[in-house]
Design a protein around this ligand. Structure first.
Ligand SMILES: Nc1ncnc2c1ncn2[C@@H]1O[C@H](COP(=O)(O)OP(=O)(O)OP(=O)(O)O)[C@@H](O)[C@H]1O
Ligand SMILES: [Mg+2]
Length: 348
């Protein structure tokens, strides 16, 4: 186990700058999720941690030791890739034992360590099978088993669940979490799925265009997004964001409507008004929304509606009997409204 310190790390491929100075301090045993849209530099950063890409600028330390010039095999990390990269011609046992075999470990040690990992992952019955004889989730577990037997200081995961179907993803997600609780190995986990990030992380690092937009605990990011990007990225369905101005004690959105302000709002100014779908409630004295589409999911009802010219989504716990064209009075919970500066996009 180890701390990981990423300090002002930069990466350029030729003249193309990919990472523009990224700093994250990771505590011993922490589960950190790097999240962000495709192409923002998540895998690049992970590969730099692993030593598979060189570092253009800045410093990476693992366990207090600067590893900028340390070879991958000497970093004491284990990486699980998106495609698992199992050897097709080797059995599960051989796949899991491979790194120990390379290191010249005695047979009994290989046997013992593979059995131990197989037990943790529920693979004991599958050790003699070949990867083609396994389901996606089982292959995923073999890939993790291969990482576990190395007993590394740090686990690195790059979108390990993206090949799995929705149900298996949920299951593997909690298995990985459980594994982490048991082994308590410092973990850096890359995904572009914000739900995976929310449910798994101790610390989420939201990246965009090679920069960190915000780092914090999952609910911190949900409750107090630092800017419009994080507000739109964290939370599903996404936060509604309306451009308009504050005047006379209310927010005036596109095409009218006087929306309630949160406590401590400025008295005037151009802002972006953010309200999550789940923070609307039905309210006879509320804003008059014209219902556009009603989508019952069973556990809640999502309603696409127009308020003035604003196109917003509401999610209600109760059943909503309204139909397209009806007027539905709704209110945003003022305490849960987010305001952002219209120019900079930063939280006010
Ligand atoms: N070897 C390379 N040479 C040039 N550009 C590269 C190279 N590797 C990656 N890039 C570029 O760096 C940027 C970041 O890539 P990276 O793979 O880190 O993104 P990512 O955040 O992991 O995205 P995804 O979610 O799609 O996996 C992309 O614009 C990509 O095209
Ligand atoms: Mg990637």
């Amino acid at each position: 186990m180890a701390t990981v310190d990423i300090r002002d790390v930069r990466k350029a491929f030729g003249s193309t700058k990919i990472l523009h100075g990224v700093s994250v301090g990771i505590e011993d045993g922490q589960f950190v999720v790097l999240v962000g849209p495709s192409g923002c530099g998540k895998s690049t950063l992970l590969r730099m941690l692993a030593g598979l890409e060189n570092i253009t600028g800045g410093e990476i330390s693992i366990g207090g030791r600067v590893v900028n010039n340390v070879a991958p095999k000497d970093r004491d990390i284990a990486m699980v890739f998106q495609n698992y990269a199992l050897y097709p011609h080797m059995t599960v046992f051989q796949n899991m034992a491979f790194s120990m075999k390379l290191a010249g470990a005695p047979k009994e040690v290989m046997e013992r360590e593979v059995q131990k990992a197989a037990k943790i992952l529920g693979l004991e019955q599958l050790l003699l099978r070949f990867p083609r004889q396994l389901s996606g989730g089982q292959r995923q577990r073999v890939a993790m088993g291969r990482a576990i037997v190395r007993n590394p200081q740090v686990f690195l995961f790059d979108e390990p669940l993206s090949n799995l179907d929705a149900k298996l993803r949920v299951q593997m997600r909690s298995e990985i979490r459980e594994l982490h609780q048991r082994l308590k190995v410092t973990t850096v986990y890359v995904t572009h799925d914000q739900i995976e990030a929310m449910t798994m992380a101790d610390l989420i690092v939201v990246m965009n265009h090679g920069r960190i937009e915000q780092a914090g605990a999952p609910l911190e990011l949900y409750d107090r997004p630092a800017n419009v990007f994080v507000a739109g990225f964290i939370g599903s369905p996404a936060m509604n964001m309306l451009e308009g101005r504050i005047e006379g004690g209310a927010f005036h959105g596109p095409g009218g409507g006087a929306w309630p302000l949160p406590p401590g709002a400025p008295a005037s100014g151009e802002v972006i008004y953010g309200i999550r779908p789940e923070h609307f409630r039905l309210d006879p004295d509320g804003l008059k929304a014209t219902v556009h589409v009603v989508e019952p999911t069973g556990s809640e009802t999502q309603v696409v509606m127009h308020i003035g010219e604003a196109h917003v989504l509401g999610a209600f716990r109760e059943r909503v009997s309204a139909r397209a064209g009806d007027i539905l009075p709704v209110s945003p919970d003022p305490a849960l409204v987010h305001l952002f500066d219209r120019q900079s996009g930063q939280r006010i």
